[in-house]
Design a protein around this ligand. Sequence first.
Ligand SMILES: [Zn+2]
Length: 419
Amino acid sequence: MHGAGTRPKRIAQRATQLAIALSLTALGAASMAAQPVAVSARHVFDGQKLLENATVVVDGARITSVGALPAGFRGLRYDLGDATLMPGFIDVHAHLDWHFNSQGRLHTGGDGETPAQEAIAAAGNAYVTLMSGVTTIQSLGSTADADFRDAINRGVIPGPRVLTSLGSLSEASGTPDELRAKIRDFKARGADLIKLFASKSIRDGGGPTMTDAQLVAACGEGRAQGLRVLVHAHAAEAMKAAVKAGCDQIEHGIFATDEVLQMMVQKGTYLSPQCSLVFTNYLDNRAKYQGIGNYNDAGFASMEASLPQAIATVRKATSTPGLKVLFGTDAVAGAHGRNVEELICRVEKAGQAPLAALSSATSLAAQSMRLSDSLGTLAPRMLADLVAVPGDVTKDISSLRRVLFVMKNGTVYRNEATR
Ligand SMILES: [Zn+2]
């Protein structure tokens, strides 16, 4: 589909990525031809189960059939051979705009970056995220996300579909009435969801911050406005307060106890824990973060100490029957495009079954976003978001690192299988 010279390299310079991105956008748009497209693979994960030797037929932006190639099919064919074809991955927790500035440091307000530099960096993040097979992200979130979401939807830049909280609220956001007003304001500005901080950072111990009254007000108003409320909480006490207040989803939850996980099962609260990437990414890029805010020696020490705890928590969560565990990487600067490392950690280090890990990143994630009628499953009438990796991914989860094929809304953005 694409020029042979434009094969993207994950580690390419941002400028190169963007140049490629722009040429791919034009080509991608051109590939939305009138003719249907059939994508075949030896292994097909439909969001729930594995099929053998199946074909997904796409017409325009949507899937029309999954199974045998329809008799007399006329259209474009991609036979990916010994590969696993899956729904595009859905990362329920990313930060699209976090990036390193031209000095190789975490970008923060006041470092002299121009709005154009900020926008280019976020566009680069969106591009590498899409190329890694993540076709939908939930950005938790900044005001600028709205422009990225809308530009991606218009086809101006290539990137994953974006849902965003446009910002966040915390214990300092005011009285219960003030919180309710702020949630209505987020809704008026086009937020897709609400993000609360109900505990301190892991670098500061993770203890509770918001009061019960604040949580009840915020999660109640979110529900009244039809917006899901996602709550950052590390300590079990903070998680419990959020679950009791009827909030929809807990982010992190590293100090989760069996008791609070059982409460979440009862209430149907989603959990988005992190197994590794967010911690290893900070440690790998320590010099780029060190000295900014709470990225100090004590903060890095607590993150390093958290690594075994994180794996243990994910192991406990994914082995709790009935608990809805999502794929949420908390991708920040340095982690974009490596989102699947989280799933690899879950399977290889925390013992999660491969199909359960893949379901959490597809059908369950779509359900959590109330988008399961269009995303997360390969079935007729669903949006055609597809990703393929070599071999049988359930036998070797690390093949998620070797993405061969990416389609979003019926447009092919990456195809390395048929070269
Ligand atoms: Zn986050």
